[in-house]
Design a protein around this ligand. Structure first.
Ligand code: MN
Length: 235
């Protein structure tokens, strides 16, 4: 893009994420998601074994950034009777490329956030049954709430530690990042064989077992060791 370019519509914003301890924002280019990356969740969804990872995507503007020390109001989406939570480690990339080695993939990580891969499970089940795409189930508005990004320079590379989700103070999901079938660098490396990754890309890295429905009024509290807490109220 050159400075002489101008747009036919004003104010089409680039989605961004809050950064912990900073007023700077992280621009979001694409949101990739890994399916079934924890064995216990793969089993609850009817799979088994170490299959190759599979990916789906959400639009960048599905990102809903909740700053530090605040509570996000998460709108209950239309068109579903079965909105599910999936707590996930989100990885933000500072660098991209194709066919990255595992070492290159690890070095491309800019930071991490707590995220929720919100899912219209009823629409996903219908799509699976009919062999149709997942967009209405996974890629709706506000389907990717995230806490602030924590730079890897500050928190280090995350490969183990508690990941959990409470709904109204009841523990629903609990796992350990070490239980990922495809650890973060391997998942990024494999993804880079399918897409040319770019700075600003995000990867949702899958959810442990215990996914379930939420209702209007519910309070969601997601935690990942080293990343604090993400609190959302479904409205
Ligand atoms: Mn997920």
């Amino acid at each position: 893009m050159t400075t002489s370019e101008h747009f036919s519509l004003p104010d089409v914003a680039v989605p961004t994420l809050a950064i912990a301890g900073s007023t700077a924002r992280f621009p979001v280019r694409r949101i990739y998601c890994v399916g079934r990356n924890y064995a216990d969740h793969a089993r609850e969804m009817g799979a088994s074994g170490r299959e190759l990872p599979f990916f789906f995507a959400k639009p960048a503007d599905a990102a809903f950034s909740v700053p530090e020390a605040t509570r996000g109001a998460l709108p209950y989406p239309p068109g579903t009777q079965d909105l599910h939570h999936e707590v996930e480690l989100v990885v933000a990339l500072a660098a991209g490329g194709r066919d990255l080695s595992i070492e290159q993939a690890a070095a491309a990580v800019w930071g991490y956030a707590i995220g929720l891969d919100m899912t219209r499970r009823d629409l996903q089940a219908a799509a699976k049954k009919a062999g149709r795409p997942w967009e209405t189930a996974k890629a709706f508005d506000y389907s990717a709430p995230m806490g602030p990004l924590h730079p890897v320079a500050r928190v280090g590379a995350l490969s183990s530690g508690v990941i959990e989700l409470r709904v109204n103070d009841q523990l629903r999901q609990s796992g350990d990042l070490a239980d990922m079938i495809w650890p973060v660098p391997e998942a990024i490396a494999y993804l880079s064989t399918l897409f040319e990754l770019q700075p600003g890309d995000l990867l949702f890295t899958g959810t442990p077992a215990g996914v379930g429905a939420v209702q209007v009024g519910d309070r969601l509290e997601a935690r990942i060791a080293g990343l604090g807490v993400l609190i959302l109220q479904v409205t």
